[in-house]
Design a protein around this ligand. Sequence first.
Ligand SMILES: [Zn+2]
Ligand SMILES: [Zn+2]
Length: 271
Amino acid sequence: MPKVVLPPLADTHCHLDYILRNDKHPMGEEGVCPEKVLERALAEGVQFVVNPSVTPKRFNEVITLAERFEHVYAGVAVHPTDVEDIQNMPDWLAQVEALLTHPKVIAVGETGLDYYWDTTHQDLQKCCFKSLLELGKKYDLPVIVHDREAHEDVAAIIDQVPGVRGIMHCFSGDETFARRMIDKGFYISFAGNVTFKKAEDLQAAATHLPLEWILIETDSPFLTPVPHRGKPNEPARVRHVAEKIAELRGISYDEVARATTENARRVYGLN
Ligand SMILES: [Zn+2]
Ligand SMILES: [Zn+2]
């Protein structure tokens, strides 16, 4: 039988370190085994995954996974809902910077603003975000941006760091906002929520944006796509995001898979 060659996929944003901390395996097994999570991803054609970190407390865990597995890359930064962790850590930015030259660190991420989960640390979030954008620019690394109900402030802070580039991860805006971000040099990454029935703005964006600026991700273990909604998520399920975008655009799964993987290699500098 001829060997079936699967179209390539890339999960540009997953929290493998979180997946491995779950008591139950995302696919229902007892115990969590990173080899199996990655095996299932590879079986769907996933060529690499990017595991951003969210707090200096977990840099070690994320870097260790990237060192251990060929197909796993890392990002280092502080997530907006974890900024409390750096309040009494004067060297946090130096810790991030020290890791940016590690061979498996390919992004500053994730960082950004989250006004949905955290309304009490907005100034600290902004200050942290801006410092990390500056590091991304300094090292010419893409910055993975988390933006939840903070579109205008995110755009304004990015404008303060001209020349920075990156990714709007788990994009949650509309087509107009997406085009503004593309003009600033930011790729638009769609996650499982694009498969949700009520995600009309998101689906319109996924339908009309230029394909060369689109990425796909799972943000696993969160945001499980349809048809597995309600269950935990893992990188193998990124194919459902590609399938949905293909359906929306009326093009083949193959085309979406290839284009988004090529885009992911371009933005992360993986050739
Ligand atoms: Zn995020
Ligand atoms: Zn994330």
